[in-house]
Design a protein around this ligand. Structure first.
Ligand code: GMT
Length: 383
């Protein structure tokens, strides 16, 4: 198949999933065309079957905001036509599902039909999408997609609760590539961070409010009062400065390291004992899956799709949002007994195997086939 992939090329989970999916599909012999405003980080080297088309809008003094949606639509029309794409797969509903619909309509006037699959990732529904400023357009564009997938049962249900959706939504979970995410030996590195054998707790995120990084620090404070431990905070974003201030107030600066954005997350997971994800909302929790694949148990909130990934009492523990005492208690239970920690590590890995890229990727392929087989019908009926 010739597949066009549209996504945000940033550090967000939706961009990671879209890029890894495209690379995986290319490995399986499909021709994959990424269409984004910047080259996604993992596309920096030559890879067979992978093409990249950059969207660059025209700047003009009249525009206070350059019309990216229009530039992307025009690019999609061009790429679909000239690269003869079979299907367009857009990640994150805003504005990609809307833009794809527009491109599809333009192509139809030129006698060309391309089906569109939209994958809902989370905040495009729960935070941004549900906002009145976007909701009618998001609802319309989801209904006009030929296929719609969501990354968890919970996100599917939330989409159905928040919008008037007439489409079937297929759940296809986030996935993990075990050739990259696996426990590797980084003992020298561990000694540098925790020279006295302290336990290492880890959190990675984009430091937005929804991630509740302050809860991570509060949990760590409680753990640190009971066990020798260190906290690694990976990523960057709007809350980072506040979090640095909080660490100073709590006198934790020597125990907490802010490492900023990191590409080799698997090397940091390799030296970690526990992952903390206390999010206010989380449609799946890809970062937690990455931790589990590296045999790191997860202390998380119980929102969104997290219970579909993290099994309470087996791969980690779930607590209500904001229950930092409960999260700390669970963390101490796991970390204070080596045999318990090893059991949780084993369970986390076994659970992660259910989300192996080799299991999930064929689900996308089969879904594309299904959509393509009904495409002629959809062409007549959809508009
Ligand atoms: O908030 C983020 O973590 C980024 C965001 C995105 O769309 O880029 O991630 C969402 O998509 C990921 C991949 O499908 C999911 O694993 C994350 O749970 C989801 N984040 C939220 O729902 C907050």
């Amino acid at each position: 198949m010739k597949i066009g992939i549209v996504c945000y090329p940033t550090y967000g989970g939706s961009g990671v999933v879209a890029t890894e999916l495209g690379l995986g599909l290319a490995d399986r012999g499909h021709e994959v065309h990424f269409i984004t405003y910047r080259r996604p980080a993992r596309l920096s080297t030559f890879q067979e079957n992978v093409y990249y088309h950059e969207v660059s809008g025209e700047d003009y003094p009249l525009f206070e905001y350059a019309p990216y949606d229009t530039a992307l639509t025009s690019k999609l029309v061009d790429v679909v036509k000239f690269e003869k794409l079979d299907i367009l797969h857009v990640h994150y509903a805003i504005p990609h599902a809307t833009v794809a619909y527009m491109a599809k309509k333009i192509l139809l006037t030129q006698g060309r039909y391309v089906p569109v699959v939209t994958t809902l990732h989370g905040t495009d529904i729960t935070l941004v999408g549900a906002n009145k400023a976007f909701a009618p357009v998001v609802e319309f564009s989801i209904n006009k997609s030929d296929g719609v997938t969501a990354v968890s049962e919970n996100l599917k249900q939330q989409t159905l609760d928040l919008f008037n959706i007439q489409k079937d939504i297929r759940v296809i979970y986030n996935f993990i590539d075990f050739s990259r995410f696996k426990k590797i030996d980084k003992d020298h590195f561990k000694k540098a961070i925790a020279p006295n054998g302290e336990r290492i707790l880890l959190h990675t995120s984009n430091f937005r409010k929804v991630k509740r990084v302050e809860d991570v620090i509060q949990v760590f404070k409680r753990v640190h009062e009971r066990l020798p431990s260190k906290l690694l905070l990976i990523g960057d974003g709007p809350e980072r400065t506040h979090m640095e201030e909080l660490c100073r107030q709590l006198d934790l600066c020597h125990e907490v390291r802010f490492l900023g954005k990191q590409d080799a997350i698997e090397e940091l997971l390799a030296i970690s004992d526990l992952f903390i994800m206390p999010s206010e909302s989380e449609s799946f929790g890809l970062a937690a899956l990455e931790a589990m694949a590296c045999e790191v148990p997860v202390i998380s909130s119980d929102v969104g799709g997290l219970p579909e990934l993290n099994v309470h009492g087996k791969t980690g523990y779930l607590s209500h949002v904001g229950d930092v005492d409960g999260m700390a208690r669970h963390a101490i239970d796991i970390l204070s007994d080596e045999a318990v920690l090893q059991e949780f590590r084993k369970n986390a890995l076994a659970r992660a195997h259910l989300f192996d890229i080799n299991i999930i990727l064929p689900q996308y392929e089969a879904y594309y086939e299904e959509i393509l087989s009904t495409a002629v019908y959809a062409h007549e009926e959809n508009d």
